[in-house]
Design a protein around this ligand. Sequence first.
Ligand code: F6R
Length: 630
Amino acid sequence: MKIMDSPGKRQTQQERFEKTRTLIYPDSAEASRGLAAEVSVLIRRRQAEGRGVVLGLATGSTPVPFYRELIRLHREEGLSFANVTTFNLDEYYGLDRHHRESYSQFMRDQLFDHIDIPAENINIPDGTVPLDRVYESCMAYESKIEASGGLDLQILGIGRTGHIGFNEPGSASDSLTRMITLDRVTRQDAAADFLGVHHVPRFAITMGVGTILKARRIVLMAWGENKAGIVREAVEGAVTDQISASFLQEHPNATFLIDQAAASRLTRRSLPWLVGSVEWDDAMTRRAVIWMAKKLGKPVLKLVDEDYNENGVGELLTAAGPAYQVNIRVFNRLQHTITGWPGGKPGAEDTHRPERALPHSKRVLILSPEPHDAFVGMGGTIERLIEQGHQVRLAIQTSGNLRVSDVAAHKFASVVREMAEIIGGQGWEGQSAYAGEILSQLAAKGEFGLESETVRRLKGLILRGEARDAAHVSGVAGEALQFVDLPFYEAGRYRRFSLTDQDRETMRAILDEYRPHQIYLTGDVADPSSLQFLCFRSVAETIAAGQAGDWFQDCRVWIYRPLEAHEIDMAVPMSPDQLAKKYDGIRKFQSIQADELESPERNRETAREYDGLGMAEYEGIEAFQRWLPA
Ligand code: F6R
């Protein structure tokens, strides 16, 4: 599919809510390949004409697959970047170009060191100019863009605040390159890279919205469910300075390139009956009725024919009405998702239950990408499964050691050293030397230096201890808790991990050895570069390729993550005591920043949603969706 040079706006019936042209791809890899192919056509065409190309580039996880494809085109298909000039969108203020989190370093690691672009053609805002020269330096950046002939193509990602570049809410449509204060949400999103939100710089230098809009062509990429809400607002909402990406609606040649998960909130995906005729199968019916009930603030059983007609769902009544009949079907189905027996209820009729009664007990494999994920996502359900006699194994896929602060490592090493001093004498020399090594490595690396293997290992052990404490609260003990430490994590950093065959092999061996009847997973619609998504893939690819053993025929896979009512296949209710206990468990993760752990509100919200639809009123609900290999 041609991406470049396409008209900025074109409408099909399906797209009629979209005000910026939006192309939905099966996944980020395919979208990135499409964009890279078009960029390569442009570069080669200009080469043939003896002209240069000026590209505006972005950093962050979004463009990484695109850069990988450009590198591949360079290596395998001889694409030269000798005639390319680049201008990056932004840089953190205060970080020099060799700081490991500077965008300058990022660009070298992810692209420039792997292609033949001349060093003098690369432009990135300077994050180290003294304050009194920032304005001047920003104006010089603007002039240089203009002098180069202006941007032929600007590549963008989008932040959860709707920012493009670092144009946070409040940025005017004619703003130029300048210094800006980063939004709290943006700093939170960068916290894992900087090992804690307090390390994330407060300021950045960014091209303005006006600078970006001057580009002749703009492509914004977005992947994963985290971006779905803001993509919808930017594409379908009003043009507003509160969402700088919404200004792309006013550009004659801007395109959003998004994957399925990032598209999931667009009207054509989330409310397809509003943009055309749909097939009213059970899933679509449930989705429409629940949407309508929520919109009108009515329980499902109180919806009447007029509600269907007045809300664009009249067609469903012609196919399956009247209203009370559709209502009752949806109501029953919702009610059947509720179960206090997530592993199946032995001895009970199970036709309408989410999980089979037999076999009892089941071998249950729960996969937690990072140590805290499973406790946050399904801590209450883990406890139920154990109480109900299932053989639960909780496999923690990565050590999570990059999340542990230096302060925590320092504390542990200091305690060991002091114990050695107090107890003294023989037998403690080893411990004392170990503690000394950790403390001096921490001091040598400073706030942002790369951790040595020894420091990462200690941090991993700290999290293991916390995971054991949390597991204890849910009743998971001894061998039931397994630390897998997948190699991709130990070798990488956040947003830049890549999965290896060894990771897939490790997970396959665990599956084949345990032969589970139930698997609980998460990460299916996460950002493709996120650790959660890679952990999901490490298992899902084996299953989807039909490479799991014959045990899989008797196995069900459940996804745990925040789900909306219409997506839920199993809802496990929790009493106030159970919810409180779950959060006791989560609080054991003391070395992880509290704001990275979810609050009990998530489970309460799901319970409120069910209550509003006319179900029984619970304190909290943990929600699951059944996953079937495609
Ligand atoms: C990066 C930039 C930002 C990012 C945005 C999304 O140069 O200007 O606007 O594109 O924050 O970041 P990721 O891609 O990491 O989700």
